[in-house]
Ligand binder design. Structure first.
Ligand SMILES: Cc1cc2nc3c(=O)[nH]c(=O)nc-3n(C[C@H](O)[C@H](O)[C@H](O)COP(=O)(O)O)c2cc1C
Length: 139
C-alpha cells in the first residue's frame, strides 16, 4: 500500500505523464502492468458507481510512446493490438482521458522499415507539439 500511495502521489503532482513502453505479446509488458495495478485503486483513484467507474484524478495530458517488433496499426499490421485500447481504458478509469500515442512499429523489420517508422514518429511528434510549424525538411 505504501508503494501504491507513493506512485499515486507522483501522478497527482504531475502536470503531464509520459510512458515509454514496448509491446509484449500484443499488450503492455508485465512491469508496466504492475504499475497499473498500483495506481488503479478503488476509492483512491476511481469510484465504482451505478453508472460505472468514475475517475478521481484530475485529467492531464498523457503521452504513451510505444515500440514494437512488428506493426500493429495500418494496412500492413499482421497482429492484434490490445495495448492502445487497454491503456486508453485503464487510464480513463482513473480520470485521464487526454491520452496520445506515438509509436515506432517494426523495430525487428529491415533497416529501411525501421528508419521509416522512426521518421514517422518524429513527424507525428513535431506535428503534435508544434502544430503551427511547417517543417520543410528533417534536420
Ligand atoms: C517478451 C517479448 C514479447 C514481444 N511481443 C511482441 C509483440 O507481441 N508484438 C510486437 O510487435 N513485438 C513484440 N516484441 C518485440 C518488442 O516489442 C520490440 O523488440 C520492441 O522494439 C522493444 O522495445 P525497445 O526496442 O524499446 O526495447 C516482443 C518482445 C519481447 C521481449
Amino acid at each position: 500500500m505504501a508503494r501504491s500511495d507513493e506512485l499515486i502521489q507522483e501522478l497527482e503532482h504531475s502536470d503531464y505523464v509520459v510512458i515509454g513502453t514496448p509491446m509484449h505479446n500484443f499488450t503492455i509488458p508485465s512491469a508496466l502492468k504492475a504499475w497499473v495495478d498500483h495506481i488503479v485503486r478503488v476509492r483512491r483513484t476511481f469510484n465504482a458507481t451505478k453508472e460505472g467507474y468514475k475517475g478521481i484524478l484530475r485529467d492531464r495530458p498523457v503521452y504513451v510512446a510505444v515500440s514494437s517488433g512488428g506493426r500493429y496499426s495500418g494496412g500492413l499490421a499482421r497482429q492484434p493490438d490490445f495495448l492502445t485500447p487497454y491503456m486508453r481504458t485503464v487510464l480513463g478509469v482513473i480520470g485521464f482521458t487526454d491520452v496520445t500515442f506515438f509509436s515506432v512499429e517494426g523495430s525487428s523489420l529491415d533497416q529501411e522499415a525501421v528508419t521509416e517508422a522512426r521518421a514517422g514518429a518524429d513527424r507525428a511528434l513535431r506535428e503534435h507539439f508544434s502544430p503551427s510549424c511547417v517543417w520543410l525538411h528533417s534536420p
